[in-house]
Write a protein that binds this ligand. Structure first.
Ligand code: SF4
Length: 166
């Protein structure tokens, strides 16, 4: 606790591989918001991460590099959450399936104008208090922050009708 993400990554985890650039970090596992380069020197503790718009979560850091498509990464995460939904709450089972389908279409070159707005709209229904457990709000976190930090990548998928990483 209190160690910076930079120190954890560069000293204790051995740093980025040669030729690979850091782009983002899920500091507390799949159900937390992405942090970016500007956050690397924050001390990893509950208050500081909350101020930066994320959470400690499970404490399991996941790094996004520039060789990995952020849309594909978030699709993979939302696919997981959609599969894990128990089906009790409509915003979760229906919303996550809808989100997963939109992201898959984008990744497969079938994204449509307005898809980013549809994703942002769906995220609102996954907010805390709208569902019985924390799975749905957790699922919203990587997506909402990816749309904020990597929006140009989502737009590029739609504009070029392809995944630039493929
Ligand atoms: S939010 Fe929780 S309780 Fe509701 S459908 Fe999703 S997994 Fe089930």
């Amino acid at each position: 606790m209190g160690t910076s993400a930079r120190e954890i990554l560069e000293e204790h985890a051995g740093g980025m591989r040669d030729g690979v650039r850091f782009r983002g970090l899920l500091p507390g596992g799949a159900s937390t918001d992405f942090l970016t380069e500007e956050h690397l020197d924050l001390p990893m503790d509950f208050n500081e991460l909350q101020k930066a718009g994320s959470r400690m979560g499970t404490g399991t850091m996941i790094v996004l590099d520039d060789k990995t498509c952020p849309v594909g990464m978030v699709w993979n995460l939302e696919h997981f959450f959609a599969q894990e939904s128990c089906g009790w709450c409509t915003p979760c089972w229906s919303g996550l399936n809808w989100i997963e389908r939109i992201l898959r279409a984008m990744e497969e070159g079938q994204g449509q104008a307005g898809d980013i707005e549809k994703l942002a709209f769906q995220i609102r229904f996954l907010a805390p208090g709208n569902t019985f457990c924390a799975l749905a709000p957790g699922a919203a976190e990587p997506l909402q922050s990816a749309l904020r930090h990597f929006r140009e990548d989502f737009e590029q998928h739609i504009r070029e009708k392809r995944c630039p990483w493929k």
